[in-house]
Design a protein around this ligand. Structure first.
Ligand SMILES: *Cc1c(COP(=O)(O)O)cnc(C)c1O
Ligand SMILES: [Zn+2]
Length: 453
């Protein structure tokens, strides 16, 4: 095993910087409070100059990353910071805010895969994480950068976001871990206890406003204008740097082999952009020689990206998203649209959709093979099964489904399904508990009936 040392918080700032995705040439420090291009208003991205990274060859990078994976050496035990040189190299050890996120299990879904007709099916369980979703991968990066900014005298005093779910949970947890105040904006009366309780428990300032989600977004943008409060919503491209590690991690877990397909549920389109960015970096540095085909899975009730794909991305479709069980992807005007179009085009990808009934059935079916899927993962699995039926994904293809959150965060969805009370859903796999008298004969008869002996 090669050395895990190689700590080099050298000032790499001229090689890693924010740049405009629309091509404006200015470079901006990632430690500046800046979210969009000052010239044209487009999103920024963190760009890594390739030449300095080519000082190591592909094999040396693989060895280095393999040697760090799942160790307890600070900060490399994190799946994100184990790839430090490819994430934010100029972050000092003491400013890394990490709970050793990432390194989530990628497992062979043998029974489900066989039932769906694709035996080489794998699930990347990103919900096995501190706050129960992949959002932790991005927040460790964003909060670490903020910690370094504050340590070096920036005017930033707090971090803030508008979110009803996984983003606010991740922000609140990482801010609490770092001792940085977090402010969470939520629409009053429109949020479930489960969505509220993580930031509440982590001591965030939870502000419930008399408006809807878009109204909260307007207020948070207003409040973060004066640079003392740092905006953590997904227009902030630092989160992408952490999230891009998931694709690199999948390939590492496959001994540096590229799967044929990756299916991922999408809403604001940050995560699929991140996935693509990680693969592009591996290709540029020679670790792999092809992209997997990426499949963006949308809920039919909130499907602007699907509609845009259908028109060949000629124009960006936006809409008012309808209510869906997959509420973390209930987004009608996705922020990272341009980046995601690039991801689909360059990976020869596909966008497909799933109805409420399809996503609920796919989740329940997967649960019967030992999983406990969130509704978003249900969307991905429903889309997967459609593409297999259409013959687009072939029976011999190696396919990974990104499971984005832990099913335990969505118990209302599970309970509703098995009690057959969900709107637009026929609970064909409902398995409600049966109530019996405390009588051995009645119990034996019931077991007999169920096991059909
Ligand atoms: C945020 C989220 C998504 C969607 O990711 P985007 O980057 O918004 O496309 C999917 N699933 C879950 C569980 C999420 O929290
Ligand atoms: Zn620009």
């Amino acid at each position: 095993m090669s050395s895990v040392v190689e700590s080099k918080p050298e000032t790499d700032q001229q090689n890693v910087y924010f740049r405009c995705i629309a091509g404006c040439t200015a470079k901006h420090s990632i430690f500046d409070v800046i979210y969009t291009c000052p010239s044209c208003g487009s999103l920024l991205e963190v760009h890594h100059e390739r030449e300095p990274l080519k000082r190591k060859n592909a094999y040396q990078w693989q060895q280095l990353f393999d040697s760090r994976a799942s160790t307890s050496i600070w900060p490399y035990g994190s799946g994100v910071w184990g790839l430090r040189e490819w994430v934010i190299p100029s972050l000092a050890d003491e400013n890394v805010v990490s709970m050793f996120e990432g390194n989530t299990n990628l497992f062979w879904a043998e029974r489900l895969g066989k039932q769906l007709g694709i035996p080489d099916l794998w699930i990347k369980l990103c919900g096995n994480s501190h706050t129960g979703s992949f959002k932790d991968l991005g927040m460790t990066v964003l909060v670490s950068v903020v910690k370094q900014m504050m340590a070096r005298g920036s005017s930033v005093q707090a971090v803030a976001c508008a979110s009803t779910g996984d983003t606010s949970a991740a922000l609140a947890a990482y801010a609490a871990y770092a001792g940085i105040p977090a402010i969470i904006f939520l629409p009053a009366g429109k949020v479930s206890t489960a969505q509220l309780i993580q930031p509440v428990a982590n001591g965030a300032h939870v502000l419930a406003l008399d408006t809807d989600f878009d109204g909260c977004m307007k207020i948070v943008q207003e409040v973060t204008k004066d640079n003392s409060i740092y905006l953590a919503n997904s227009m902030n491209s630092l989160r992408i740097e952490g999230q891009k590690t998931v694709g690199i991690e999948i390939v590492r877990q496959f001994e540096w082999e590229v799967p044929d397909w990756i299916v991922i549920p999408v809403g604001n389109l940050g995560n699929i952009s991140a996935l693509h960015k990680g693969f592009q970096l591996m290709i540029d540095l020679g670790l792999i020689n092809r992209m997997p085909r990426l499949v963006a899975a949308q809920a039919a009730k909130a499907n602007p990206f699907y509609e845009s794909f259908k028109n060949g991305f000629k124009e960006k479709i936006t809409m008012t998203a309808q209510d869906t069980l997959a509420n973390a992807i209930r987004i009608g005007d996705p922020v990272s649209y341009d980046k995601a179009v690039k991801a689909i085009v360059e990976s020869d990808g596909i966008v497909e959709q799933a109805t409420e009934n399809e996503l609920a059935a796919a989740a329940a079916h997967a649960d019967l093979t030992g999983m406990f899927t969130c509704p978003h993962t249900g969307v991905a699995l429903a889309v997967l099964s459609k593409l297999v039926k259409k013959g687009v994904i072939k029976s011999s293809d190696k396919t990974v489904v990104i499971s984005t959150a832990h099913g335990l965060k969505f118990t209302d969805f599970k309970v509703g399904y098995h009690e057959s009370t969900l709107a637009d859903v026929t609970s064909e796999y409902a398995n409600p508990a049966v109530h019996l008298p405390a009588n051995a004969d009645a119990v034996k008869a019931e077991i007999e009936k169920r096991l059909k002996r």
